[in-house]
Design a protein around this ligand. Structure first.
Ligand SMILES: Nc1nc2c(ncn2[C@@H]2O[C@H](COP(=O)(O)OP(=O)(O)OP(=O)(O)O)[C@@H](O)[C@H]2O)c(=O)[nH]1
Length: 940
């Protein structure tokens, strides 16, 4: 049923195989072949494999909502020759925003990947959403990118979500270009943007261009227009309305060229360059431009000299002697590239995508300054301490130590896993990372991967090292052009593409070639960050929700990571903050609803469906109101699931206030057999510092596992399970026959595994209202067996759950509410109303009132301040916008108070205000509010 509905719906009506007739009809396919031909021409000769990798650019478009990411991408596709006509976000016909919900709302929801060519380079570009509710899309894209283009709206400057995505990129050391877009809008301010790049992003901007406005030309506009026309044939049309707000052209201060854009004609390649240097001597009108360019070049050169030693040496050489005019531009470019790739600085470019202005230099700069996969550091793989390989190594080491009569109480030999360096080599074993899953009705499950090492071939077999070593058959490989796939034979290291055929892979999994063992012999070394290598699987809820009918795709095994070798770290998924109940219209609709939800969860790991332990209701949790609104709309309108959607509610958390130890006695008769255990447990709250860290020294003695939501599970080192050995060993052996799990598993490991599994699910059901727990350390102190039988994992699981329940009950459970950092952007005259609404009506604590720049008398850039006084345009700016710059009100507000804020803000600001919010932590709810919340949820 699900497949049928999916296939009927236009979103999912993907073209199964692009046939030649269809190809001709698609707006872009004419150019697809060229790219692939380009790609395949490189690397066919021996020794040139690395040359072809150096021609790849894996880049992302990231920014605050509406900065112009999709509009810019659309132009990039057009100028690269990939599409024949430019689509517009506002008309709902762009290549990248292909989902109906995206086209309807004019926003990006899904991060779409596309491959196209520019100057013989292969661009794998991902256009990411700017809305914070879809932050997981940014997170998983950034994870596989080598560089990104951060887009700023020239009027709004550095906005809240831009700061968030910048931080995300910084976390993974991703070099960043900055494109200041929308220079055609009144109120655009280059100065303000540059100030904010430094102050809000803490970055060093390198201005590579000067946008030259009509008012910069000291009344010589006509002469300069003639001069441009004579040199490159472009008519600047200085009398048109648009040239009053849009820059006339750009000066490239690196190459000292003028770059013009024929925005009137909108022709295939509308950019024209000519050298300022060659014309400046003959033409007196170009003197102004020359001066502007040299001033900016001096600043650029000075800035580079201060951070790049090699460049400083060139600059101070005898021939150049510090003169910015004399520095050859390849030297400047090389220094910019070095500093960009090492994330010390970010080149800044200017334009107005909507006006087709400034796009080609962005494409050129991606090639010039952003890294190829060869220039980026590869992720470090973690090696599982329980993998057979490491165990063997461990054993050898133990034997050798025993021979040397070393003390018995030695520290564990491989306590924390190992790390292994991944080679960027097309001939090495395959290491690929699954960063996205899409369920396609015709192709099945599409796994988007980045290949870090080796060459991934169609029809090969892979091992999913994150998911218990499951073997995956690669049926097909697809290169994606947004919604359109094209089949290819292989992906080389550095490539991004889609695998068809995987059955047990989800977002965040690592796929290895079958020859992966040799990876463990290279550069293997102890992991410096022990806790992080023990990430517990994050999918228990899926299993819980689907029950035992989950099927292979949802099988949960706490032995995850224990089977084979090396894995890359998964993707961080922020905790959900909103949820709503969803009920099938009738019992017969339940199965289909659950199927739909299961597919949607596979595609979107930030969506969680669970069953309320209190009410038995089906709950849907997500990243925000918009996220859940889009999910439920899709569920009902596109997938035709018949369901009632309940009220949007805040997703609380639970924790404990008091360290508590219990010795829990469990006794139960199951199918005639008596099971009797005593489980000793300590639960204690973990104190986190402001940056989310905590003192890990406590954990040193124990075997520790990181669970979800900042909870930890520890097994006491002296834990003794001898009593259980024989029966559990049998149990463990029989399991090994049917799985590919660790062959050297012991009875102790087996019991720990069962307890681990039980506790991992228990943390999702807090004692107050059944919300997930956070900040709790659970330590298993003892485990004793008295009954007839110890062979039932189900009984051990029940006993563990019952023990944890008892411990939580007495440990002063607390209810935590999410507190958001809210940035409201409003016009100055609305500040008072909005602050009062926040403080009085919504329990907000105001943190700051961001002062917009009030004095922009220096126009859009400060190189030519005296021109402004005589210019009409500046006057227009002053009247309309300079006194009107928006203010940012930054506050902390409990999320429950933010429900419905958007409509109130709309009323208070006549539709001009906007806001963003992100989780800033959780605060304990006082007793009075706790009572209210409990009543609201339980209804009594
Ligand atoms: N005036 C002007 N408007 C622009 C320019 N670039 C984009 N826009 C408009 O800005 C709006 C948002 O553009 P998008 O390209 O969807 O922005 P986005 O960053 O992709 O948005 P999300 O993906 O939803 O975060 C659209 O109405 C565009 O037409 C520009 O250079 N000038």
């Amino acid at each position: 049923m699900l497949a049928k509905v999916l296939s009927q719906h236009s979103v999912y009506t993907r073209i199964t195989k692009i046939n030649p007739i269809l190809r001709a009809k698609l707006p872009f396919v004419k150019y697809c072949n060229n790219i692939n031909n380009n790609k395949r021409n490189y690397g066919t000769q021996k020794g040139s494999e690395f040359d072809s990798i150096s021609l790849i650019r894996n880049i992302g478009m990231v920014a605050h909502v509406d900065a112009g990411k999709t509009t810019t991408t659309e132009r990039m596709l057009f100028y690269s020759g990939f599409i024949k006509r430019v689509g517009e976000v506002d008309l709902g016909n762009t290549v990248m925003d292909y989902l109906p919900a995206e086209r309807e709302r004019g926003i990006t929801i899904n991060s779409a990947a596309i491959t196209f060519g520019w100057r013989n380079h292969q661009f794998n570009l991902i256009d990411t959403p700017g809305h914070i509710d879809f932050t997981i899309e940014v997170e998983r894209s950034i994870r596989v990118l080598d560089g990104c283009v951060t887009i700023l709206d020239a009027v709004s400057g550095v906005q809240a979500q831009t700061i968030n995505v910048w931080k995300q990129a910084k976390k993974y050391n991703i070099p960043k270009l900055i494109f200041i877009n929308k220079l055609d809008r009144e109120g655009a301010s280059i100065k303000r943007n540059l100030v904010e790049i430094k102050s809000k992003l803490n970055a060093t901007p390198l201005e590579l261009q000067i946008p030259v406005f009509s008012f910069d030309l000291k009344g010589k506009e006509k002469e300069i227009a003639g001069f441009v026309k004579q040199n490159c044939g472009v008519d600047l049309n200085i009398n048109s309305n648009i040239s009053k707000v849009l820059p006339l052209f750009l000066i490239d201060v690196v190459s000292m060229e003028i770059i013009c854009f024929d925005i009137q004609k909108g022709i295939f390649n509308n950019s024209f360059r000519f050298s300022l240097n060659s014309t400046s001597k003959d033409d007196p009108t170009s003197e102004i431009l020359w001066k502007m360019a040299i001033k900016a070049r001096s600043e650029l050169v000075e800035s580079l000299g201060s951070m790049d030693d090699a460049f400083l040496e060139t600059l101070l050489s005898e021939e150049i002697n510090g003169d910015p005019e004399l520095v050859p531009h390849p030297e400047i470019k090389a220094a910019i590239r070095r500093q960009t790739i090492s994330c010390n600085a970010s080149p800044v470019l200017f334009g107005a995508s909507y006006r087709n202005f400034g796009i080609q230099p962005v494409l050129d700069s991606i090639i010039e300054y952003l890294p190829s996969p060869l220039d980026t550091s590869l992720p470090i793989g973690s090696v599982n301490p329980s993998s057979a390989f490491v165990k063997k190594k461990n054993l050898l080491k133990t034997q050798s130590r025993k021979n040397e009569n070393e003390p018995k109480n030695e520290s564990p030999l491989v306590p924390d896993g190992f790390t292994s360096k991944i080679p960027l080599d097309p001939n090495a074993p395959v290491v690929a990372f699954a960063f996205k899953v899409v369920i396609d009705p015709q192709r099945g499950t599409m796994i988007y991967v980045k290949v870090y090492s080796g060459t991934l071939n169609a029809k090969s077999t892979l091992i999913n090292s994150t998911n218990n070593g499951a073997r995956e058959k690669v049926n097909k490989l697809l290169q994606m052009y947004a919604d359109y796939p094209e089949e290819v034979n292989s992906f080389k290291c550095g490539d991004i593409g889609v695998i068809i055929g995987c059955k047990n892979t989800r977002t965040g999994d690592t796929l290895l070639g079958t020859d992966h063992k040799s990876l463990l012999n290279i550069n293997i070394k102890p992991n410096k960050n022990p806790q992080s290598s023990k990430n517990s699987p994050d999918i228990f809820q899926t299993k819980d929700f689907l029950g035992d009918n989950a099927g292979a795709e949802f099988s949960v095994d706490s032995k995850k990571h224990e089977a084979v070798g090396m894995y890359l770290h998964g993707i961080n998924i922020p905790p959900p903050v909103f949820f709503c109940s969803i009920e099938p219209e009738s019992p017969s609709d339940e199965k289909y609803l659950k199927e739909c939800l299961a597919s949607m969860m596979l595609e979107d790991p930030s969506l969680i469906a669970s069953i309320s332990p209190e009410s038995g209701q089906l709950l849907l949790s997500g990243m925000g109101e918009l996220h859940l609104e889009i999910v439920t709309n899709r569920l009902i309108n596109e997938l035709k699931a018949k369901a009632f959607v309940g009220k949007m509610r805040v997703s609380y958390r639970e924790t404990i206030g008091l360290p508590t130890t219990v010795n829990h006695a469990f006794e139960k008769t199951i199918q005639g057999k008596n099971y009797k255990f005593h489980i000793g447990l300590t639960v204690e709250p973990i104190q986190f510092s402001e940056d989310g860290d905590f003192d890990k020294s406590d954990f040193n003695e124990d075997e520790v596992y990181e669970l979800d939501n900042k909870n930890y599970l520890a097994f006491d080192n002296s834990l003794d399970f001898e009593e259980s050995s024989a029966q559990i060993k049998t149990q463990a052996k029989s399991r090994q026959k049917s799985t590919t799990s660790d062959q050297t598993g012991t009875n102790i490991d087996e019991i720990k595994r069962i307890i681990h599994g039980a506790i991992s699910t228990s943390i999702y059901q807090g004692p107050i209202l059944g919300f997930s727990l956070t900040g709790v350390k659970i330590k298993v102190n003892s485990f004793a067996h008295f009954g007839d039988d110890l062979s039932s994992p189900a009984a051990i699981k029940m006993a563990s759950k019952s023990a944890i329940k008892e411990a939580f009950k007495t440990a002063e459970p607390l209810l935590l509410e999410p507190v958001m950092k809210v940035t409201v952007n409003v016009q100055p005259e609305h500040v008072g109303y909005v602050m009062s609404e926040l403080e009085r009506g919504r329990r907000a604590t105001i943190l700051s009132l961001g002062e917009g720049e009030s004095d922009f008398g220096n126009s859009n850039h400060d190189t030519n301040s005296d021109t402004n006084q005589t210019n009409n345009l500046v006057g227009t700016f002053k009247n309309n916008t300079f006194g009107q710059l928006n203010k940012d009100i930054i506050s902390r507000v409990p999320l429950s108070s933010m429900i419905g804020f958007s409509s109130v803000l709309r009323k208070l600001t006549a539709g001009s205000g906007s806001f963003t919010m992100a989780v800033d932590g959780f605060n304990a709810v006082d007793e009075k509010s706790k009572g209210k919340i409990i009543k609201e949820f339980r209804g009594y």
